[in-house]
Ligand binder design. Structure first.
Ligand code: G3P
Length: 219
């Protein structure tokens, strides 16, 4: 399972890039607006220059012609940009057209296997089931990830399953076990994935033992 960062925060993206494990970024209008940023194009271009892998930027209009025009515009911003299109009937029409033009799409706000299947048939590159938001309303978000992975495997569909709306490290473990191709995680979750108190205790112990021997004149 690959790891993308789910943020529009440039500092977090730079820090994530330094770790060498982040191979993509996903943004959405909420994440971009949280940064108080005005120039959407400039922000997406900057993210695309930091992370060479896929960077998802979402359309912020409704209607087929409007989404198509904006998606085509977003696709010109950088070679690694991926256009996020919502899981609706209009979205499906847009995805089918974009796929024929070789524009990469991340079908977002996916909450059912049927949406995912139709997105894959339309030619979306990624489909993003929103795990946390399903959990929020009392459904098992990860079950949806599993079911989509199974269906895509069964029919050998090329669309990748991008587990989104990840809220904590256990979601990452479950997404990996479910066979998600990618999990897109907030920066704090990425840090939590690596942290373990026993690692910290172990380092402190090793270093103090080492220093004690040094003080005693050992080598
Ligand atoms: O990128 C979209 C998704 O990950 C949003 O997550 O926490 O707002 O449901 P959340």
């Amino acid at each position: 399972m690959r790891i993308f960062l789910d943020t529009a925060n440039i500092d977090q993206i730079r820090e994530g890039a330094r770790l060498g494990v982040v191979t993509g970024v996903t943004t959405n209008p909420t994440l971009v607006s949280k940064e108080g940023l005005k120039d959407y194009r400039a922000v997406v271009k900057e993210i695309c220059s930091i992370i060479p892998g896929p960077v998802s930027a979402e359309v912020v209009v409704e209607g087929v012609p409007e989404m198509l025009a904006q998606a085509r515009e977003i696709a010109t911003w950088a070679p690694n940009v991926v256009v996020k299109i919502p899981s609706t009937a209009d979205g499906l029409e847009v995805i089918s057209t974009l796929a024929k033009e070789d524009i990469k799409v991340n079908m977002t706000l996916c909450f059912s296997v049927n949406q995912a299947l139709l997105g894959a048939l339309a030619g979306t590159t990624y489909v993003s089931p929103f795990v946390g938001r399903l959990d929020d309303v009392g459904h098992d978000g990860m079950q949806l990830v599993k079911e989509i992975v199974d269906v895509f495997r069964y029919y050998q569909l090329k669309t990748e399953v991008l587990a989104a709306s990840i809220r904590h490290p256990l979601h990452c473990v479950a997404a990996a076990k479910a066979g998600a191709h990618i999990a897109t995680v907030p920066f704090n979750v990425l840090m939590q994935m690596m942290r373990h108190p026993l690692t910290d205790v172990g380092i402190a112990r090793f270093l103090s033992d080492w220093r004690r021997v040094q003080q005693q004149g050992g080598k």
